[in-house]
Design a protein around this ligand. Sequence first.
Ligand code: F6R
Length: 612
Amino acid sequence: MCGIVGYTGSRQAYPVILKGLKRLEYRGYDSSGVALLKDGELNVYKKKGKVAELEESMIGNNIDAQIGIGHTRWATHGEPSDRNAHPHSSASGKLAMIHNGIIENYALIKQDLINKGYEFKSDTDTEVLLNFIEDIQQNNNSTLEEAVRIALKRVTGAYCILLIEQDNPDTIIAARKGSPLVIGIGKGEHFLASDASPIIEYTKEVVYVNDYELAIVKPDELILKNLGNEKITPYITKLDMELAAIEKGGYDHFMIKEIFEQPSTIFDCLRGRLDAKEGVIRMSGVDKHIDQLINANRIMILACGTSWHAGLIAEYIIEELCRIPVEVEYASEFRYRNPIVNKGDVIIAISQSGETADTLVALEKAKENGAFIFGVVNAVGSSIARISNAGAYTHAGPEIGVASTKAFTGQLAVLMMVALDIAKHKGTISDERYKSLLLELEEVPEKVNAILKNAEDIKKIAEKYKDASDFLFLGRGYNFPVALEGALKLKEISYIHAEGYPAAEMKHGPIALVDENLPVVFIATKDMYHEKIVSNMQEIKARKGKIISIVTEGDTVSPGLSNDFFAIPPADELIAPILTVIPLQLLSYYVGTAKGIDVDKPRNLAKSVTVE
Ligand code: F6R
């Protein structure tokens, strides 16, 4: 959460920073700002609202500078406002800083500073850290770099900070713990950002900064140190990402672009791993650690939000195919309780961003207890990818829309392959079933394509129900987590209250909500639960609920009970969730846009939740 950008070199810094902030806006859009330094003059400009509002307010300002930092905020300490926007200026006005994260012990530090006579212009923890740094710098008569190092040893919490100093014409000091930082290496210039998207068009050579590292960045020099002031050799990585992947490419929103990308992202995810003709799955992350995986006493899946829903589906699949007990837990719960984790346990961590703070800290805790971590991550080189002992990338490409879509189907494809690979080695799957699932999986991109061709049908359904105040989503078995996901998607981007339930659970409470105004979405594909879910549909129909169903092509029963239905190609029930979720993604998109909501930046949300 919060996006940060920095530049030092010979170009004009402001356009680089502004463009970068637009790319990082998915990380928060409560306010934004820039600090620009030229000839000893440090100017800070900031504005509540989206980056476009900052851009407008900048007309007429002096933007001539070759060094600067910029920030787009997801508010934690202090309401979204101009004065709480970053960058913050220090008490003397000589330093400017941006921050992504939370300083947990800010209150104590603030009190100390107030006792010394400091006054604060904002309600943020960031301004506290900044003045703390300046206080150390002044008292110790030290350089900014030294003061930052001393201050960071005393703070708890998470941070990625960038600082510039009036008297230091070309240097950015940066440091991270828990919040991401990438440094792009150009010729006589450096770019700093929360992820690679603001950097990609200038250079493909990047350094991912690690926790507890501090960077001193000048146009021609990058020095990395740890907090003990020892130098670290920067490890340069080549970015495997194209500019087109982070642009809208003619679509109205990133979300719809990403929904429509799914045939190719799923194909990319399967490519080189799944060979249905040969009847093999090749996943180096699984194969290299196969003993650990087949001998696991149990598997725990840790994730948040949509990724947690993928985990629930994986639980059903892994237990069915591999006969290993699986528990799925919200990472945020796991990290604060006293869970039992044993040496033989395998943890599967699922995360699109690879930076979700709750998941990351839960993994650190599990690792300390000797668990083996297998990461299913989309963002290459991210913190969760790096902390994992092994793993498999989802290869969905950058996901920019705040609502996760293509990452989810990528996660399902990876988890299905992992389960099949383990089951094959463990001998818990018959050859026939293995081969048929491989063939089915191979057909998924084509089937997703077929579903997307009928997107207009979902649009019509969305227009019909867009004014409902509540929705219920019901599914059974493998499609129960899809119901949860459908409800989450709708809530996020249409602001309509929605709940997902196992269809049979409905009669234990939620049925009380049903009347002629309540749309109930059934995921009612042809599987072993079909007759049961048809009974649940009857129960809703009898109470005059409006039924929208996702059915299998050729099914005549469920459509007959539905006010509206959408048919998807037939699929094995283990594979079906990758298909059934697509119309639900479209439904939420079309409802959200019909209501005039900025679906890529829904209120209060941000992608990459790097705060607890
Ligand atoms: C929902 C959504 C969130 C994320 C959650 C975890 O559309 O995007 O619920 O799934 O914040 O994020 P990652 O997968 O990045 O760990």
